[in-house]
Design a protein around this ligand. Sequence first.
Ligand code: HEC
Length: 108
Amino acid sequence: MKKIAILCTTMLALNALTMTALAAPSGSSAGAAAFEANCAECHPGGRNIVTPAKDLRGSTLKANGIVKPQDIVAKMRQPGPGMTKFDSSELPDKEALEIAEYILSTFK
Ligand code: HEC
């Protein structure tokens, strides 16, 4: 019985380690998490539930002159009607760029 308990504890500890490794902020996974936290309420899956014509697919963005990560960051700083404004004190440039790169590489 004691052995099983030790085994279980070891398994749990290993599990926790793996989870931490997976959750480590790096590249697009950090962008994905920040997108989920800040943008997904209005842009779930890259859509736009407030103004459906202005979704986040590459083709739509391009049609609206948004082609570079910096263009998306500019939208966060100066959003159109109905979108929350994210200034650099709440969403630093690094995080904003990670979100932008996530959007451009995810929603085609
Ligand atoms: C409260 C809802 C809301 C939230 C939260 C929100 N948006 Fe938006 N977003 C909108 C609306 C509404 C528009 C269309 C604005 C307009 O008409 O110009 C929009 C437009 C955009 C566009 C331009 C899309 C296009 O096709 O022209 C981008 C890029 C964008 N949002 C990125 C983001 C990012 C990145 C976040 C998170 C940091 C975010 N949005 C959070 C509502 C939201």
